[in-house]
Write a protein that binds this ligand. Structure first.
Ligand SMILES: Nc1nc2c(ncn2[C@@H]2O[C@H](COP(=O)(O)OP(=O)(O)O)[C@@H](O)[C@H]2O)c(=O)[nH]1
Ligand SMILES: [Mg+2]
Length: 326
């Protein structure tokens, strides 16, 4: 079975596949339309073709380093396997993307068996931290877990209310301090609350101030320290919330936050609004950080576990139909 067929086969067994495809429709359309345009002038895997492929990959936001790696690998495999047709090249390309994503192992999410699992949400303003905190709460509640949230964004006016509003809609506790108070103090309160009330998952929504890197660094480092004192192994996860529409800037955000607080994963939001889904591959390739969840809309149930098969299938669906219709 070829790689496309395997992909399709795996994908067809997934639950909820239509929602995934709708969310990825922009990326899919742009990526496969652009690739298909390459077929018009395709005469073989030569320098001109590889250059054009590079442009398509850069437009999909793979970043220069990862895009080059993909192009080189496609060239090598095309030579080794004597690939001739454009469809063979497409298939090879998707396989290379998959292999690059799978090259580095990622840390699997695990619940803390001995107490609350603490998750910190970090990222720049507007990336979707608060919304995603609500979505994740719903996600864990759907698994039968008890959830509490901590409003540790005490910096931005209205941020605490925004989270409290979500919490009241979800009917879960929201631990909050005063505006401009020390967010670490809120987190300490939240950890104690979670322990006392046997909460399974505590999600801390933090402030995003990338502009002032030193302050952010100190603040996040302090948050990590204080929760570690309250609950063993905490924070169990530090997830970077990244707006997929910010493009390559996302990669540098990920680099900086990773330096500051040892990220354990990424949540890519607003994938529904962009054709630039390639950042998924770039971040994994450059930082070894896996995408845990993707945001496919603004509603509380618009969050999905990231799944490479669905993602790649979403990107290449147009190409696969193309192959089959011939
Ligand atoms: N289309 C879309 N919008 C989103 C998604 N996630 C968040 N948003 C919107 O992005 C805006 C900023 O989100 P917010 O959670 O307040 O960001 P924060 O500043 O990081 O806490 C809000 O209008 C959200 O509704 C998503 O996955 N898709
Ligand atoms: Mg917020």
């Amino acid at each position: 079975m070829g790689f496309f067929s395997k992909l399709k086969d795996t994908f067809s067994k997934k639950e909820d596949k239509d929602r995934y495809l709708t969310g990825l429709s922009k990326s899919k359309k742009t990526f496969s339309d652009r690739l298909r345009k390459l077929s018009l002038s395709f005469t073989g895997v030569n320098e001109e073709f590889l250059e054009e492929l590079m442009v398509v990959l850069l437009e999909a936001d793979l970043g220069i380093h990862t895009a080059q790696k993909v192009v080189d690998e496609v060239e090598n495999r095309a030579m080794d396997r004597r690939l001739k047709t454009i469809d063979e090249i497409y298939e090879c390309l998707i396989e290379v993307l998959s292999d690059i994503y799978n090259e580095t192992e990622e840390k699997e999410f695990q619940f803390n068996e001995s107490g609350p699992t603490v998750i910190l949400m970090v990222g720049v303003n507007g990336s979707g931290k608060t919304t995603t905190t609500a979505k994740l709460s719903q996600y864990f509640m759907n698994q039968g877990k008890t959830v509490a949230v901590a409003a540790a964004d005490t910096f931005r006016a209205g941020a605490i209310d925004q989270l409290a509003e979500w919490a009241s809609r979800l009917n879960i506790p929201c631990i909050k301090g005063k505006e401009n108070s020390d967010p670490s103090a809120t987190l300490v309160d939240a950890c104690r609350y979670a322990k006392e009330h046997q909460i399974d998952v505590l999600i801390g929504d933090t402030a995003g101030r990338l502009q002032n890197k030193v302050n952010l660094m100190n603040e996040l480092a302090k948050m990590k320290r204080v929760v570690a004192r309250e609950i063993e192994g905490a924070p169990h996860e530090v997830w970077l919330v990244l707006d997929a529409t910010t493009g390559q800037n996302g990669l540098s955000q990920a680099e900086i936050f990773n330096e500051v607080c040892d990220l354990t994963g990424v949540i890519l939001t607003k994938l529904d609004g962009t054709a630039k889904g390639g950042i998924v591959i770039a971040i994994k390739d450059r930082l070894g950080l896996g995408v845990k969840f993707v945001g496919l809309g603004e509603r509380v149930d618009d969050l999905r576990e990231f799944d490479l098969t669905s993602y790649l299938y979403g990107l290449s669906e147009g190409l696969i139909e193309h192959e089959e219709n011939e």
